[in-house]
Ligand binder design. Structure first.
Ligand code: NIG
Ligand code: FE
Length: 418
């Protein structure tokens, strides 16, 4: 039996507790369930009580002497951040492409010339499982140092069965080895593999017949994602892949309307995807359809910045009633970052989310986007004790002092890991 943990005197304890179940929309995105002079009691990695310091002091008066005490005086305490969209497992890196884009090449030019996702696919195919574990561990450590305690991870740099499975197995191993929780997504349709150029429909058949069954059989993924984009997969092909995934119990996600408006948001709503990602160019009708279907918009403002594109219409989406989550999109091409705090800053600066909305988008709504809202994303009794103690005194300051890592300490399942 480990000692109970008592975190007390938080200047602001952001619990995100609410009676609203499921992703938060509109005004509910601003309800942080804030407690001043807040306090948490943790036993066996689970939150046992949440309240003011006075309340918990009284309630646990008999046990106080047994507890390990953390005095959070003058500091902000929040749930561990959740990153619901990453491509964290990959081989190599692509700094030369960064230079090429600054010299004038576009993201799609580079990809169509065999670079971009294809370059990382080659490097990931060549990498051994051990090399991938080593590289990815470094990124997971960095996520943790930035207050992130749960991430989603996608395959998609294999685009053949062997390497897709290698990426997914690496995630499974890391889930066992590393303190971060990793929720796996199969993304075999991340690009059209060079072997299938001009034969996209054949690759879609191959993916459905030969890849999905193995991924499902080995229980290597919970979600199924596709890059629905002009020059990659059409909405029709994307629908076939995602509907087939559903038959294997994989929940659909879509990289939608990133580079050009292409009906991705509409498709996400139509097939009941749990989330649609990017949405820089989502249409008015698409946004409305997502609000109606309850599809979460997973917005990636660091990617927009990195590609020097205008960010998604986050403010408008919230006003229209779409539940918004935010993510790093951590990947070697369009967003090589592990900083969710930066992503929260950018959600405010480039999408006009309020500081409170950005925090909801990076915690509770992010957990909803990967079906983990029962375990993480808020500080409530019975949930995992995934907690961040910040150097800042309140959540407004966290979003205001930008581009800096304000993490002081992180607990994962009640154990101090940073
Ligand atoms: O979400 N848009 C497609 N996929 C990734 C980028 C992957 C890469 O460039 O390696 C994204 O931005
Ligand atoms: Fe992505």
């Amino acid at each position: 039996m480990t000692k109970p943990l008592w975190i007390k005197h938080a200047a602001q304890l952001v619990t995100l507790a609410s009676d609203v179940k499921g992703p938060r929309t509109k005004e509910a995105m601003s309800n942080l369930g804030l407690i001043e002079d807040g306090s948490l009691w943790i036993e066996d990695g689970i939150i046992q009580a949440v309240g003011t310091t006075k309340e918990l002091e009284k309630r646990y008066s008999e046990k106080l002497h047994e507890a390990e005490i953390v005095d959070a005086k003058n500091h902000l305490v929040t749930p561990g951040l959740v990153d619901p969209h990453t491509h964290v497992v990959y081989g190599g890196s692509r700094e030369r492409e960064f230079e090429m884009r600054l010299e004038g090449a576009t993201y799609m030019d580079i990809m169509n010339a065999g670079g971009g996702i294809h370059a990382t696919t080659r490097m990931t195919r060549e990498a051994t499982e051990d090399e991938l574990i080593k590289q990815t561990t470094r990124r997971l450590d960095s996520f943790l140092a930035h207050g992130v305690t749960t991430i989603e991870g996608k395959s998609g740099y294999g685009m053949n069965l062997e390497t897709e499975l290698k990426q997914l197995r690496v995630m499974k191993k890391l889930q066992e080895q590393h303190v971060i929780d990793i929720v796996p997504t199969f993304m075999g349709a991340h690009a059209v593999p060079p072997e299938y150029k001009g034969r996209e429909d054949e690759f879609v058949d191959h993916l459905i017949q030969d890849m999905l069954p193995v991924v499902a059989e080995e229980k290597l993924a919970e979600f199924n994602d596709v890059f629905c984009e002009k020059g990659v997969y059409t909405p029709e092909q994307s629908e076939r892949i995602l509907e087939a995934g559903k038959r294997f119990g994989l929940i659909p996600k879509i990289h939608a309307d990133e580079i050009e408006p292409y009906g991705g948001a509409e498709l996400a709503a139509k097939i009941g995807a749990i989330s649609a990602e990017h949405l820089l160019k989502a249409s008015e009708a698409g946004i409305k359809a997502m609000a109606k279907s309850g599809t979460i918009a997973c917005l990636l403002p660091a990617t927009a910045l990195y590609l020097r594109e205008e960010a998604a219409a986050g403010r408008k989406m919230i006003d229209e009633g779409v539940a918004v989550a935010i993510s790093t999109d951590c990947n070697p091409g369009s967003s090589p970052t592990t900083s969710m705090p930066l992503v929260m800053n950018l959600a405010c600066i480039s999408m006009r989310l309020t500081p409170a909305e950005a925090l909801t988008a990076a915690t509770y709504n992010a957990a909803c986007a990967i079906n983990r809202q029962e375990q993480v994303g808020s500080l409530e009794v019975g949930k995992q004790a995934d907690i961040v103690l910040w150097k800042t005194k309140n959540y407004q300051e966290l979003q205001y002092l930008f581009g800096v890592n304000h993490v002081k300490s992180v607990w994962k399942k009640g154990i101090k890991v940073v």
